[in-house]
Design a protein around this ligand. Structure first.
Ligand code: SF4
Ligand code: SF4
Length: 440
């Protein structure tokens, strides 16, 4: 199978996937306590609908969003609400969280299968909303909103994003290898919601076992109601970002400031599709997920199914602790993830991986001045000029960088990855966006 790819830029970072790509998904026993942040989605924080000392069952609604963008939050354990208080958060420093003490005697909740084929597209969409599903690839955009494009949008194609192009991360890879039929059935649910029949699953060629498994499942599921096919993609970062993925798989270019539905496409990632499958076929909300824990700074690497709200220190203890060489902890992949400074942060809905990097895997040396090599411009998949943005920001003129298309920067990190001067070009782009919004 020949691979397809995007048109401009891109880089080839060391993959490091060998640490976890062959490790079967393992279920971590539920922790004694979970911390459920009220913000783990794009949009306004949810509002708690439970009180201190209230008993809750696994899967019960504990927070809702009344207006605007957001997602319902469910308890990931059966137990008692211990507190609602600010706690560390992987991307927001601190955020109010519902703390639930698990009842160790409570059995896990069992969900009975539902015949989703009898449900209409509207009923299935309502299930997705009730289940609190958000984009699990990192952005956390509410899935029910993404599945409701305006009537003027002529959506004809569903793309399942199986690229998983970030180094280290192997969650979607393992889901595709271990449960391809569920992923494909989730795709059929999505097709029914969207009222279309074409789906393409894009997978990078470094996952031949996933391509094989998904091919078989897609062939078996395709029929009069759906055509689902697998397309191998060249191994190149950021193959999995929406605009690059859409171009690679359909040849369509999403315009600057536009959205995938503008070119007739809706993209969902593999983990999100599995959550949709569980919501439709079991009526199960999203409160546990598979996360990759990797890097050479932790004693044991794993693809772990964990309860949302599990605090990272509990995961680290379960995996045998960190190594003496641990230098940096990153939430997400090394290209787009965020450094975290405490093990007190919980796993949230959008956690795809947590990396424990030692000195052989991360470089914390200081950056130097720009040597005008132009490599960052060549590497940028959006055709931007990261070096100019950085120079303006350093000169206190970040508010004048809109002319360089800085709002098209999706912070993929390709520019910083190739920069021989180790300039923090993504941080400069973030500062530039903030300066433009501030107007100075
Ligand atoms: S981080 Fe932004 S500027 Fe840098 S390569 Fe990616 S899109 Fe381009
Ligand atoms: S890659 Fe780094 S040193 Fe080279 S032009 Fe870009 S910012 Fe300057």
């Amino acid at each position: 199978m020949a691979g397809v790819t995007f048109a401009k830029g891109g880089v080839h970072p060391a993959e490091h996937k060998e640490l976890t790509e062959h490790l079967a998904i393992e279920e971590m026993p539920p922790p004694a306590e979970v911390a459920l942040p009220l913000s783990m989605h794009f949009g306004a924080p949810a509002k708690a609908v439970v009180q201190k000392k209230q008993e809750v069952q696994e899967g019960d609604v504990v927070a809702t969003v009344e207006k605007g963008l957001g997602a319902t939050i469910h308890s990931s354990v059966t137990g008692t609400v211990k507190a609602i208080e600010p706690r560390p958060h992987p991307t927001m420093v601190r955020c109010d969280a519902i703390i639930i003490e698990r009842d160790p005697a409570a059995p896990p909740r069992v969900y009975e299968p539902v015949d989703w084929l009898k449900l209409s597209g509207e009923q299935l969409l309502a299930r997705v909303k009730e289940a609190g599903i958000v984009g699990l690839g990192g952005a956390g955009f509410p899935t029910h909103v993404k599945l409701s494009p305006p009537p003027t949008a002529k959506v004809d194609t569903l793309i399942l994003n199986g690229a998983e192009c970030e180094p280290y991360l192997t969650t979607d890879h393992r889901l595709m290898v271990e449960m391809p039929q569920k992923v494909v059935e989730g795709a059929k649910v999505l097709l029914k919601i969207l009222g279309i029949r074409e789906a393409v699953i894009g997978i990078e060629l470094n996952k031949p076992d996933a391509i094989n498994a998904m091919n078989k499942a897609a062939e078996a599921a395709s029929g009069s109601d759906a055509t689902i096919r697998v397309q191998g993609m060249t191994v190149k970062y950021p193959q999995g970002s929406e605009k690059q993925l859409i171009y690679a798989l359909t040849g369509r270019s999403v315009p600057g400031g536009g959205l995938p539905f503008d070119v007739g496409v809706i993209v969902q990632n593999i983990s999100t599709t599995l959550a949709v499958f569980e919501a439709a076929t079991l009526n199960k909300p999203l409160y546990e997920k598979v996360v990759t824990f990797s890097g050479r700074g932790i004693k044991r690497q794993a693809n772990l199914k964990v309860k949302v709200g599990t605090v990272l220190s509990d995961v680290v203890n379960y995996l045998g602790g960190t190594t003496p060489d641990l230098l940096k902890i990153v939430s997400g992949g090394p290209m787009m993830g965020f450094a975290i400074s405490t093990l007190d942060v919980p796993i949230v809905k959008t956690s795809s991986g947590v990396l424990f990097l030692d000195k052989t895997e991360t470089d914390v040396s200081p950056h130097g001045p720009c040597i005008h090599c132009g490599w960052c411009i060549e590497a940028c998949p959006m055709g931007l000029q990261p070096k100019e943005v950085a120079i303006y920001v350093e000169a206190g003129k970040g508010h004048l960088t809109e002319k360089f298309g800085v709002f098209d920067c999706f912070e993929c990190g390709c520019c910083a990855f190739v920069c021989p001067a180790r300039r923090p070009l993504v941080q400069f782009a973030r500062l530039a966006k903030m300066a433009i919004k501030r107007g100075r």
